[in-house]
Structure formats: structure tokens, C-alpha cells
Design a protein around this ligand. Structure first.
Ligand code: PPE
Length: 305
């Protein structure tokens, strides 16, 4: 169950956790148009710090722009509100969930006149796929559900409604005894997991899906930068599920999932069936960056003071 914190930011004000309520006729509750972010704040030796805050806020406003939602705040105001919310909750590590949604007042699909509301909540959230998953890797199943076509899901936007597809895939994978789902795109190439991007390593080359049917993950971008700086060979190109079967290593990236190794896909062991060398090196680099131990990347941290 969700662990409560004390304050939630709602349309410009901090309210108590139990007071952060909406009307049942909130437009987004019926039709699924919300744009949101998942951001992590980590404990560092200099106090709590938010990982890649400007990039998350930019993507949030990009999502709203794609869906023509007029946000009544600027990016700067929302960044400040996120920092204010973390401070008000006196918390050093948490997962932050800003959400922009269509509020109460209009029903029916055409919602140009609907109010646009904004909220920022946060809570403690440990390893998304379990501590064991983070350490030893997880088992994935290719989903019978497919990621939306690029002209039906605008995947550059992080939209609430898209996650019904993710939930179908995730439930199916769990029901079949796996931890996570691997979704293919409409042409059958690997897309992403239900809530994370996918990487694979084969013959010393690190590959990830190009920006077509996937969310442009901020953790994905982080790994691409870290890998390039480490001198690894990196490619953004399409690949098939059977190439993952014969990959030497594979892993997922996401704010919630962080860097989670994949040890099996569809009953096929990947590599040695445990986190590979490159995966471990990138995982280690990632955690040292987010925890403020790598000075070279301190630009990615916004201190909460
Ligand atoms: N693809 C999808 C579909 C996705 O939901 C996420 C994040 C990513 C890729 C990775 O993006 P990024 O976090 O910027 O690296 N999924 C969020 C929601 C998870 C949830 O269950 O809620 C997250 O990780 O915060």
C-alpha cells in the first residue's frame, strides 16, 4: 500500500494528504487525458537532490503541448512547486508525481473549455521491481498486447490513458508467472516494457529502441550518455525479440525501475542468466550519479534546500 506523506500541492496550494481530493465528474477520470511525470529525489551527502528535474518538467510541458492542454503555470513555477513540495514533506528520498489533468465542469470528449488542474504528490518508493530484481535480474514475457501505432499513441507524451495498454500487458505477464511484459510495436519490433525502456547488449554493442513507439525515457538518455562517456559502442536501432533471446545482456531503464537487469525473456535465459558486465557497470555508474557521488554529473542534480 501507498505510504502517506504529509502535503500535496494542488493548484498553487499545499494541502494535507487526506484533503487532496477531486470531484467524481473530473473530466480526466472518465476519458484518461492526464499528462504526468515520475521523478526521483535521492539522498546525497549534500542533502536531498532531484534527478534531472528540468528535463522532467520540460517533458511534462511537452506532453501538455502535444495534447493542447493550456497549463496555467510556467515551467519555472512548476519546478519551484516541486521543490517546495519536497521541502514541505521533510523527506530525503521519494518518488514525485506531478500531474496535469482536465478538471470538473465539462463532460463529453470535446473539452476545450475544461479547466486544467495541476497537482504534485510524492511518497517513498523503493525498488520498482523489487530489491532482488534490481540485484539479480527479472523475467520478462513478450506481451500479446501491442504498443499503440505512432499515429494513435503520441508516444513522446506521457499520458495516463496509454497506461491501460500497459496494465493489460503487465497483468498478463504476472498471470503467466513473469515479473514484467515486453511490448512489441505494430510492426513486431521490440518497443518497451509496461513502464520502462529496454536495452540489450550483443557482441559488445549496446542497443536500445529508437524514438518511435516508445516514451523518450530520461533514464534511457542518461544511460546513453553514461555509456558514450564510458567509451561503449552505442546504437539506437530497431531489434527483434529473438535478438534479445540471444543477447549477452539486457536491462530495463526507468525512473521507477532505475536500472533493472533482465535475466530471461519468454523462457530463454539471457547470457549467463544473471546481470552482465556492462549492465553492472552502467547500474553502478547510474547509482553513483543519482546519489551525488560522481562530480562530473552533478549538473543532473537539483539540490532541495
Ligand atoms: N516507458 C514507459 C512506458 C514508461 O512509463 C516509463 C516511465 C519509461 C519508459 C521510462 O521513462 P523515464 O522514467 O523517463 O526514464 N514510467 C514511469 C511510471 C511507472 C509507474 O508504474 O507509475 C516511471 O518510471 O516513473
Amino acid at each position: 500500500m501507498l505510504e502517506k506523506t504529509s502535503k500535496i500541492w494542488m493548484d498553487g496550494k499545499l494541502v494535507g494528504w487526506d484533503e487532496a481530493k477531486v470531484h467524481v465528474l473530473t473530466h480526466s477520470l472518465h476519458y484518461g487525458l492526464t499528462v504526468f511525470e515520475g521523478i526521483r529525489c535521492y539522498k546525497t551527502h549534500k542533502g536531498p537532490a532531484i534527478f534531472r528535474l528540468p528535463e522532467h518538467v520540460k517533458r511534462l510541458f511537452g506532453s501538455a503541448h502535444i495534447f493542447q492542454m493550456e497549463v496555467p503555470y510556467s515551467e519555472e513555477q512548476i519546478s519551484k512547486a516541486i521543490l517546495q513540495t519536497v521541502k514541505a514533506n521533510r523527506i530525503s528520498e521519494c518518488y514525485i508525481r506531478p500531474i496535469i489533468y482536465l478538471g470538473y465542469g465539462v463532460m463529453g470528449l470535446y473539452a476545450k473549455n475544461s479547466p486544467v488542474n495541476v497537482s504534485i504528490a510524492l511518497w517513498p518508493w523503493g525498488a520498482y521491481l523489487g530489491d532482488k530484481g534490481l540485484r539479480e535480474g527479472i523475467r520478462l514475457k513478450t506481451s500479446s498486447f501491442v504498443r499503440g501505432h505512432v499515429n494513435s499513441n503520441m508516444s513522446m507524451a506521457k499520458v495516463g490513458g496509454y497506461y491501460v495498454n500497459s496494465q493489460l500487458a503487465k497483468s498478463e505477464a504476472v498471470a503467466c508467472g513473469y515479473e514484467e511484459a515486453l511490448l512489441l510495436d505494430t510492426e513486431g519490433y521490440v518497443s518497451e516494457a509496461s513502464g520502462a525502456n529496454v536495452f540489450m547488449v550483443r557482441n559488445g554493442i549496446l542497443k536500445t529502441t529508437p524514438l518511435t513507439s516508445i516514451l523518450e525515457g530520461i533514464t534511457r538518455n542518461t544511460i546513453l550518455d553514461l555509456a558514450t562517456d564510458m567509451g561503449l559502442k552505442v546504437r539506437e536501432e530497431r531489434f527483434t525479440r529473438d535478438e534479445v533471446y540471444i543477447a549477452d545482456e539486457a536491462f530495463l531503464t526507468g525512473t521507477a525501475a532505475e536500472i533493472t537487469p533482465i535475466r530471461e525473456l519468454d523462457g530463454r535465459t539471457i547470457g549467463a542468466g544473471k546481470p552482465g558486465k556492462m549492465t553492472k557497470a552502467l547500474q553502478e555508474a547510474f547509482f553513483s550519479v543519482v546519489k551525488g557521488k560522481a562530480r562530473k554529473y552533478s549538473r543532473w542534480l537539483t539540490s532541495v534546500k
